[in-house]
Design a protein around this ligand. Structure first.
Ligand SMILES: [Zn+2]
Ligand SMILES: [Zn+2]
Length: 335
């Protein structure tokens, strides 16, 4: 039997909620009468700000993240998110078959054979929680040059193309004609940085981003300035020439209708802010390029990490929309 005190408490809460509901309704009508709709919208939006989406999450399949897909979805529901995108690393084995790298590959992504199970698992969780949250199906594809790497990736992705809501394209390494593969990892990358210098690394990274965009295959670019990871904790110094190249690339992205991810894991990785850096975000907003939010969570608790801080900051730069994807169709959502 319910304790009388609990009943009284529940009753009081109900009354308070009713009063608040009517209060906001009256305030809303007031703004409607005086045609201050925009203000009314913002005012009521305060209560919806927690209803966000996280479009970048991993799980134990990749070998370096913790938890099942379902664990991430549960946290997203607890945090009152409207949507979660599952984007575990696409199998690296699709492009690297050298046996000496097998150990590294196992720690970087799931096996090629596991990919169909991964998609099935997302579908199962999507169905299970359909009344509570929209689960989006995706994968983070490591964009590798030369072009035949993408051909091999496409072959494995092919049977699932109707399942995907969006595809994340990401760069985790760079290479130019006479260089070794330079991995975007602070330990392995610092030698390369000393040897080739910031300017060369930035330039080659942007060159690879241009190639990624020109494939017309991806919907979203993940951790846009991943080159920063090599320079942490300092900011990269873009020369005038490289910065112009980057701005031209943004124009290209705008024309192609692609979106750029705000990846909040940057702070956790010690680069002092989200990817991309503030100065690039400002240029993106200026061009009205759609942005979407991703935590790149490798632990369920990191879902939605630092999203509100970013939104608060970016609203001052004019951010008014975020984008979401359904069946590879981009939808803009007002924030
Ligand atoms: Zn990862
Ligand atoms: Zn990544």
């Amino acid at each position: 039997m319910t304790h009388p005190y609990m009943k009284k408490f529940a009753y009081k809460t109900q009354i308070t909620l009713k009063v608040l509901y009517h209060f906001y309704n009256i305030i809303g009508k007031f703004f409607q009468i005086y045609n201050i709709q925009e203000y009314k919208y913002n005012f009521l939006e305060q209560f919806k700000i927690m209803k966000l989406m996280d479009y970048h999450s991993h799980n134990r399949r990749c070998g370096h993240a913790m938890g099942e897909i379902e664990d991430y979805v549960k946290v997203a529901i607890e945090k009152n998110f409207k949507e979660i995108g599952i984007t575990d690393h696409f199998p690296l084995g699709a492009i690297i078959d050298d046996p000496q790298f097998q150990k590294i590959i196992k720690k970087a992504s799931m096996d090629v054979k596991e990919f169909p199970n991964y998609i099935e698992d997302i579908k199962r969780v999507k169905e299970k929680y359909r009344d509570k949250i929209s689960v989006r199906i995706s994968t983070e594809v490591n964009f590798a040059t030369p072009g035949r790497a993408l051909t091999r990736q496409k072959k494995i992705l092919e049977p699932f193309m109707d399942d995907f809501d969006y595809l994340l394209g990401a760069i985790h390494d760079i290479k130019w004609h006479d260089s070794p593969v330079i991995i975007m990892d602070p330990r392995e990358g610092s030698e390369a940085l000393k040897k080739y210098g910031i300017e060369k690394i930035n330039l080659e990274y942007i060159n690879k981003l241009i190639k990624l965009v020109e494939t017309n295959f991806f919907d979203v670019i993940a951790h846009f300035d991943n080159n920063r990871i090599l320079m942490r904790p300092n900011k990269p110094h873009y020369s005038e020439n490289t910065w112009q190249k980057l701005l031209d690339l943004l124009d290209k992205i705008k024309n192609k209708g692609m979106a750029i991810e705000i990846n909040t894991s940057g702070t956790l990785k010690g680069i002092g802010s989200q990817f991309p850096a503030d100065e690039i975000v400002i240029e993106i907003i200026k061009r009205d390029i759609p942005l979407l939010l991703g935590s790149d969570a490798h632990r369920p608790k990191n879902i939605g990490y630092s999203f509100e801080e970013f939104i608060e900051k970016a609203k001052k730069w004019g951010l008014s929309h975020l984008c979401i994807y359904e069946n590879r169709e981009q939808i803009l959502a007002k924030i």
